[in-house]
Design a protein around this ligand. Structure first.
Ligand SMILES: Cc1cc2nc3c(=O)[nH]c(=O)nc-3n(C[C@H](O)[C@H](O)[C@H](O)COP(=O)(O)OP(=O)(O)OC[C@H]3O[C@@H](n4cnc5c(N)ncnc54)[C@H](O)[C@@H]3O)c2cc1C
Ligand SMILES: *[C@@H]1O[C@H](CO)[C@@H](O)[C@H](O)[C@H]1NC(C)=O
Ligand SMILES: *[C@@H]1O[C@H](CO)[C@@H](O)[C@H](O)[C@H]1NC(C)=O
Ligand SMILES: *[C@@H]1O[C@H](CO)[C@@H](O)[C@H](O)[C@H]1NC(C)=O
Ligand SMILES: *[C@@H]1O[C@H](CO)[C@@H](O)[C@H](O)[C@H]1NC(C)=O
Ligand SMILES: *[C@@H]1O[C@H](CO)[C@@H](O)[C@H](O)[C@H]1NC(C)=O
Ligand SMILES: *[C@@H]1O[C@H](CO)[C@@H](O)[C@H](O)[C@H]1NC(C)=O
Ligand SMILES: *[C@@H]1O[C@H](CO)[C@@H](O)[C@H](O)[C@H]1NC(C)=O
Ligand SMILES: *[C@@H]1O[C@H](CO)[C@@H](O)[C@H](O)[C@H]1NC(C)=O
Ligand SMILES: *[C@@H]1O[C@H](CO)[C@@H](O)[C@H](O)[C@H]1NC(C)=O
Ligand SMILES: *[C@@H]1O[C@H](CO)[C@@H](O)[C@H](O)[C@H]1NC(C)=O
Ligand SMILES: *[C@@H]1O[C@H](CO)[C@@H](O)[C@H](O)[C@H]1NC(C)=O
Ligand SMILES: *[C@@H]1O[C@H](CO)[C@@H](O)[C@H](O)[C@H]1NC(C)=O
Length: 595
């Protein structure tokens, strides 16, 4: 009998080569409708989970992504072009209502709608947060696995630290002992220096308020540091480019990626003898809801559609506050009042200064951009190799701030900031809507007390959600931002800035509390760092959406793995925490299925 197997083996090898996973655009191109795991959303977290789970060739994984493939999209590849992606076809363009404290303004809530998700369109800042942020995650969830010490292996697994585009000597610009040189996603120092960065770093050498910090990724973020970004050889490194690499990971026969597929609901199993609610179906559409298709995830469904997207999917599936679901005509299936609540967002304030400089990148001058692009295109060098900023600072309110008499400290602890200063060059300032003659210092309030929510206005899964941020609704947050503005004013009064005669003056001159507050209320925006809407909480807690192992509370077959599970926004930008959540989630899932 033996020889008769031979043709069979050849045939199956040939077929599996033919079906070798590549990105497909139509569900008909999938080999089956049954998979072990279905990952909803091929974004930052979803790409990591799909990549890790499909490492075992005996396990089948399907990724359903609403947006298109990331491949070949120039604005996503050229780091400095990232602001052009906001408002583009690769952005969900939801509306965020900022709230009454900021004059009821609304802004566009940018989020990636493309493979790689928001990591394909973001500013590429590589910030892990402070050790206190992680230790707070551990204490709030009751799971020491989320502590700073215990997530270290995941930082290592995620990070591949590389030379900057210009190959300059980086000794003294970062601490190599806290980095990893053989992980998956590439990280680098900036590859094109601006006058602003030299001044910021030089000033930090003598500043008491803003001392130099060799590396903000070593646990303590405070002070001014050289920026680190998710960039490789002058090109964006994203969850898609790093974790779903076309020539390797995408070739796995057991991994399937369907783009242009918008998930509408997750579906409960039909088994009636289950003692607990369980899910195994996923419903999606490729034609704006005209037809609905279903696929099955027999082991688990991993919901990674992001802080807004994952809430939408849960609510439309009947998982959330039952009373408000009933009000809009959705049949409640599982009463979980915390779904969509406790949205935590940072505040970002473009604060522009007129500058006097011969550096063509100090102010926004659109003419050199074609030349810069030609340089980038020819040699991956020049001003376009970097992301949003080349230097960064994190600061705290003083211990004796009068605000502490009325409010609890919002920060996770003394190793992290209440606010961040981003030193942006003129190109980035312009892309943030500042006039062409300014450069920008952008303060971010990174430890917010205010909370918002994501809800629904209708039962149609393709309608936009109702996002209420309530920015600065807590007075602590306004106080912090006011303090941050004054701190910037003190910093640029320092000698190196004065000697350089770089800054001529502020675009808008604000000095009194009233002037500053008016300036903030009129110009502040969300940092687009929303988290918290499917928060982790201790097992058995009467609040929260997922357990510390990211399983949906009170149900089987579903985990949520994305920014929405973080109970607090980290005191930095959130993409690294999202990568770490996804790396650990992958290990937790593998362990529970014994592989
Ligand atoms: C403009 C901008 C700049 C930023 N800059 C930085 C920065 O410099 N550094 C930093 O650390 N953080 C930054 N962030 C934040 C950071 O990128 C995000 O917090 C993080 O990427 C979120 O990851 P996620 O996996 O939760 O969601 P996402 O990466 O957004 O992934 C969600 C995925 O799910 C898909 N999806 C959603 N709904 C559905 C559905 N119904 N069906 C199918 N697919 C669906 C989406 O298309 C997307 O691909 C920035 C964010 C923005 C918007
Ligand atoms: C904001 O809206 C609320 C509720 O609609 C209203 O009470 C308030 O006056 C508005 N505030 C401003 C500044 O317009
Ligand atoms: C880089 O700089 C450091 C310190 O400034 C110096 O010791 C080292 O020799 C330099 N390395 C190279 C390759 O030039
Ligand atoms: C990276 O290097 C470390 C230390 O040398 C090693 O322990 C680890 O296994 C390596 N990781 C990978 C993914 O190669
Ligand atoms: C459950 O059963 C119904 C009818 O019996 C069927 O239409 C539906 O597709 C099934 N759902 C799943 C998730 O298998
Ligand atoms: C993607 O889906 C939209 C409808 O949502 C459809 O119009 C479009 O043709 C699809 N694109 C591809 C490449 O299938
Ligand atoms: C919001 O989070 C806090 C903990 O930070 C928790 O006590 C509270 O119950 C949460 N609210 C909801 C509605 O989930
Ligand atoms: C601009 O800078 C130049 C040289 O650095 C200096 O001579 C000049 O006085 C500055 N102008 C202003 C308005 O500060
Ligand atoms: C980039 O380089 C390619 C050839 O390598 C050329 O065809 C293309 O026109 C260049 N684009 C720009 C914008 O310079
Ligand atoms: C800077 O630009 C703004 C907006 O274009 C303009 O109103 C202002 O006069 C300019 N200031 C200087 C000093 O050129
Ligand atoms: C949802 O309803 C709220 C409050 O009624 C409204 O402010 C918001 O604009 C609506 N959002 C959408 C997307 O329809
Ligand atoms: C800003 O305003 C204050 C007081 O209103 C004034 O003393 C100061 O000179 C102004 N600064 C600039 C740069 O115009
Ligand atoms: C910011 O707010 C002030 C009010 O203080 C307003 O005059 C100004 O136009 C706003 N815009 C910018 C870009 O500063």
């Amino acid at each position: 009998m033996r020889p008769s197997y031979l043709p069979f083996i050849f045939l199956s090898v040939y077929l599996s080569a033919l079906c070798a996973a590549k990105i497909v655009e139509r569900a008909e191109e999938l080999p089956t409708q049954d998979f072990d795991f279905i990952v909803i959303g091929g974004g930052t977290a979803g790409s990591v989970v799909a990549s890790r789970l499909s490492e075992d060739p005996s396990v089948s994984v399907l990724v359903l992504e609403a947006g298109p493939s990331n491949e070949g999209i120039q604005d996503s590849i050229v780091p400095a072009f990232f602001p052009l992606l906001s408002g583009s076809e690769y952005d969900w363009k939801y509306t965020a209502h900022l709230g009454a404290a900021v004059n009821n303004r609304s802004v566009s809530l940018v989020g990636g709608r493309i493979l790689g998700g928001t990591s394909s369109i973001n500013g590429m800042a590589y910030t892990r947060g402070s050790s206190d942020d992680w230790n707070r995650y551990a204490s709030v969830t009751g799971d020491p696995g989320w502590s700073w010490d215990n997530v270290q292996p995941y930082f290592r697994k995620n990070e591949h630290f590389t030379q900057p585009a210009d190959k300059h000597n980086i000794t003294g610009q970062f601490d190599p002992t806290v980095h990893s040189f053989n992980g998956t996603m590439s990280v680098t120092l900036s590859g094109f220096l601006h006058q602003m960065d030299a001044l910021a770093i030089e000033s930090s050498m003598t500043s008491e308020e803003w001392p130099f910090n060799l590396d903000f990724n070593g646990g303590n973020t405070l002070g001014i540091s050289w920026m680190q970004s998710t960039i490789l050889n002058g090109e964006r490194s994203s969850a898609a480019t790093a974790y779903l690499a076309p020539n390797t990971v995408q070739q796995r026969p057991n991994l399937h990626i369907l783009v242009n597929a918008t998930v509408t609901r997750i579906l409960p199993t039909n088994a009636s003898n289950e003692e607990q609610l369980a899910f195994d179906g996923v419903e999606f559409t490729q034609d704006d809801g005209e037809t609905l298709q279903t696929v099955k995830g027999n082991k688990e469904i991993v919901l990674s559609a992001g802080t807004v997207g994952s809430v939408k999917v849960l609510l439309h599936s009947g998982v959330g506050p039952s009373d408000s679901l009933t009000n809009i005509g959705i049949t409640p299936l599982h009463n979980l009042p915390s779904v969509g609540r406790n949205l935590s967002e940072q505040a970002l304030l473009p604060y522009g200064f007129l500058v006097n400089s011969t550096d063509p990148t100090a102010t926004a001058n659109p003419t050199p951009i074609p030349e810069m692009l030609a340089e980038w295109n020819n040699s991956r060098s020049g001003p376009l190799v970097d992301g949003a900023l080349n230097s960064i600072g994190f600061g705290r309110l003083p211990e004796d701030s009068e605000i502490y008499q009325r409010f609890e400290d919002t920060s996770a602890g003394p190793n992290g900031g209440h606010f961040q200063i981003s030193f942006t060059n003129g190109m980035t300032a312009a892309l943030f809507g500042q006039p062409a003659n300014v450069t920008g210092f952008i303060p971010l309030m990174v430890a917010p007390a205010s909370r918002g929510f994501v809800g629904l206005n209708s039962s149609n899964p393709l309608d936009s959600p109702n996002v209420q941020v309530n920015l600065l609704s807590n007075e602590f947050d306004l106080f912090t931002l006011r303090y941050a503005i004054r701190s910037i004013q003190r910093f640029i009064a320092s000698q190196p800035f004065q000697d350089a005669k770089f800054i001529v003056g502020p675009l808008v001159n604000v000095t009194t509390d009233e002037e500053i507050d008016e300036f903030i209320r009129e110009n502040v925006s969300g940092a687009l760092h929303v988290v918290g809407t499917n928060s982790m909480s201790p097992k058995g807690a009467d609040w929260g959406v997922v357990d510390p192992d990211l399983r949906l509370k009170g149900a089987k077959g579903v985990r949520v793995v994305d920014a929405s599970v973080l109970p607090y926004v980290p005191s930095a930008s959130p993409q690294v925490p999202v990568y770490i959540v996804a790396e650990r989630a992958s290990d937790l899932i593998k362990a529970s299925w014994n592989y």
